[in-house]
Design a binder for this molecule. Structure first.
Ligand code: WT7
Length: 651
């Protein structure tokens, strides 16, 4: 925790949407009582075009015997109308999406009018394929405009989308299709990033070979690279031939505020990934409202969120919030290093980007290449910078602030989760001097608490677990088909609170510093991976008997993956087996689950009740062999020496 703070540059302050006093006053008001919170959200809901305006604001109880979370429950609306039709009326030719292709020679500008037409065409086509309100549609797409078109088309007709990140394997895709029982899959022939291709359609074919995927009746395929892919009989349809000839008018489905909007699978500390369910009215109100607050949005902003649509950031802050607000959103298909590490700066100059929202891992990767690349660009259009996904280390913060932003753009460090739907903590720009590494302040209506291990909420400067003592409209409503797991994960450990799974410190000034996950979830490049998921992928390999996975420090990705593996007695620990295990895990989960270190051991440190003591493994993985803390609960303390020997030799 460095306490050095950076005041907001005067030129930013002069034009900021809110002052420190306004934030303080409005925040205090927004949490004064449940009625005051409702009044705040009733006002914010006026940013939405409702078909039927809600008369009820919230109905929430975290009491497990009488649990409910409802926002705007008698309101009716359609999200695509909010993202498109209302802007087509006011400003039809304003760019909705600026798409920058993988190769720098490719870009497209799509107006709100054009986007509206494309969404209507696909919406009509999906209806003809029999997709109805409430049906699930899986999207497995590259970063191309059709991905946003497909999301919005689902909302047009009331279908529930489930976007699966294009970097996930066929196996992961298949499991998500099985869980959601999707009727339709939308994909592309191939994805292309950094001039490397991903076989998306081939992965869909493999996923649909899995048992339990019989719910899928069609696959729509966008022609992206043009390489030939097998198209199977009546099931597979080319996107362009499907939408060709469809009408550009499509009657929007009337949705209740609490109707499901989307599912997004995310890793937990145990078991398989869970389908986080968000609903319609609360999600879009929260997305739009927080977007305006945190990014100090102005009418002519060109806003670029670098997140892939496969993650929640790509849902809320690349797609729904900017479009609902009528803001131009930039979508980039490629990677920061192609053709050179100067690419991000060139894109900023080319499209005159004003607000950039990215992840610490991307900042560190660029920083490592030196300043020369980024200095190839002027970046004079930038006025605000944002980060998300993990705590940002002070060195990366400094480089982002001074080099990328030239010392004139505030950095908003935004803390939130797939579950929260939108940003919960951030230094609203212009209202507070920034402290590198701190997510600073709660947004309106959010009451963060620092809770100790006994479940007591602490006052003043304190350290503990982060829980939220309130509800907010963007909150997830359930885990798809597993409400019991939802209650157990978030509402049971600290009764009456939403438990985040993160550790936190509150400093003397009342500012919040996230310290990382307190459960068995890893944060790799700002993305979540469950240790249980990786362990079960490892033990699915025939050579292995048992595995324990922990995080380890990684200078670019923030956290790397370290596996301690016990082989079957017939197997020999070799470098080639390690490489094979890594390949195996990457193909089971996806390349994001790369094993950075594999230690082949004979024992794992366990308690007398047989629980693996990951704390010890985490220390060893970080190269710390002494001061391992309390070892009294270990069943056999001699295992420590053995483990230390293995790690020392191999590290
Ligand atoms: C976890 C949520 C929703 C954003 C993308 C990740 C960590 C997120 C920050 C931040 C410190 C952060 C937390 C959180 N995290 N933002 N600004 N500072 N940590 O979404 O995959 O649902 O992961 O990411 O640990 O619980 P996610």
């Amino acid at each position: 925790m460095t306490q050095k703070s950076f005041p907001i540059a005067p030129e930013f302050l002069a034009a900021a949407n809110v002052t420190a006093e306004q934030y303080a006053e409005q925040y205090k008001q927004s949490i004064a009582s449940p009625e005051a919170t409702d009044a705040f959200w009733a006002k914010r809901a006026e940013l939405i075009d409702w078909i039927k305006k809600p008369t009820k604001i919230s109905d929430v109880s975290y009491d497990l015997d009488d649990f409910r979370i409802k926002w705007f429950e008698d309101g009716e609306l359609n999200i695509s109308v909010n993202c498109l039709d209302r802007h087509v009326k006011n400003n039809p030719y304003k760019p909705a999406i600026i798409w920058e292709g993988d190769h720098p020679s490719l870009h497209k500008i799509i107006s709100f009018k054009e986007l509206h037409e494309a969404v209507c065409r696909l919406g009509n086509a999906m209806r003809k394929l029999g997709v109805k309100k409430g049906d699930r549609v899986t999207l497995y797409m590259p970063m191309i405009p059709e991905a946003m078109v497909a999301m919005l088309s689902c909302t047009r007709i009331g279908a529930v989308h489930s976007v699966v990140f294009g970097g996930f394997s066929a196996e992961s895709l298949g499991n998500r299709i099985i869980d959601s029982q999707s009727k339709l899959v939308i994909t592309a022939d191939e994805g292309i990033r950094g001039n490397k291709r991903t076989p998306l359609k081939a992965n869909v074919d493999r996923a649909l070979d899995m048992d339990g995927t019989g719910s899928v009746s069609n696959v729509i395929v966008v022609h992206r690279t043009g390489n030939s892919v097998p198209m199977s009989g009546r099931r597979d349809i080319w996107y362009h031939s499907l939408v060709d000839g469809e009408s550009q008018h499509c009657e929007p489905e009337v949705m209740n505020a609490e109707d499901p909007l989307f599912l997004l699978y995310t890793s937990g500390s145990t078991g398989k990934p869970k389908g986080v369910l968000h609903t319609t009215g609360g999600y879009i109100t929260y997305a739009l409202s927080t977007f305006r607050d945190v990014f100090d949005i102005k009418e002519d902003d060109v806003y670029w969120c670098t997140a892939d649509v496969g993650w929640v950031t790509g849902h809320t802050y690349a797609t729904y919030a900017p479009l609902a607000n009528g803001t131009t959103t930039v979508m980039f298909e490629g990677v920061p290093e192609y053709p050179t590490w100067a690419r991000i700066g060139h894109i900023i100059d080319k499209h005159q980007i004003t607000v950039l929202y990215t992840a610490p891992t991307a900042i560190r990767a660029m920083m490592k290449e030196g300043d020369t690349f980024v200095r190839e660009s002027a970046r004079s259009s930038l006025r605000l910078l944002g980060t998300v996904g993990e705590p940002i280390n002070p060195e990366a913060w400094d480089w982002y602030y001074h080099i990328v932003g030239g010392g004139k753009c505030p950095v908003v460090d935004t803390w939130w989760q797939t579950e929260t739907g939108g940003i919960m903590l951030a230094p609203i720009p212009g209202t507070v001097a920034m402290k590198p590494g701190a997510a600073m302040n709660p947004l309106y209506g959010i009451i963060p608490e620092v809770i100790d291990t006994d479940g007591v909420a602490l006052d003043g400067a304190a350290e503990g677990n982060l829980a939220i003592n309130s509800s907010w409209p963007g909150q997830m409503r359930t885990i798809y088909k597993d409400h019991a797991r939802f209650l157990a994960t978030y509402f049971t450990e600290y009764p009456g609170y939403y438990f985040t799974g993160d550790g936190v410190q509150r400093d003397e000034d009342g500012h919040y510093w996230i310290t990382g996950r307190v459960d068995d979830v890893l944060n790799v490049s700002g993305h979540r991976l469950g240790t249980a998921e990786i362990e079960s992928a490892i033990v699915a390999h025939p050579a292995t008997a048992e595995a324990a996975v922990v995080g380890m420090p990684h200078d670019i990705r923030g956290m790397g993956i370290c596996a301690f593996v016990i082989l079957k007695s017939s197997e020999k620990a070799t470098e080639s087996l390690k490489a094979e295990l890594n390949r195996h895990v990457r193909s089971e989960i996806g390349p994001i689950a790369n094993l950075d270190a594999i230690y082949m051991v004979n024992v794992l440190p366990k308690t007398r009740s047989g629980k693996i003591m990951r704390r010890i493994l985490r220390s060893l993985a970080a190269g710390q062999y002494v001061g391992l803390g309390d070892l009294s609960t270990l069943a056999d303390s001699s295992v420590i020496n053995e483990l230390v020997e293995v790690v020392k030799i191999e590290r």
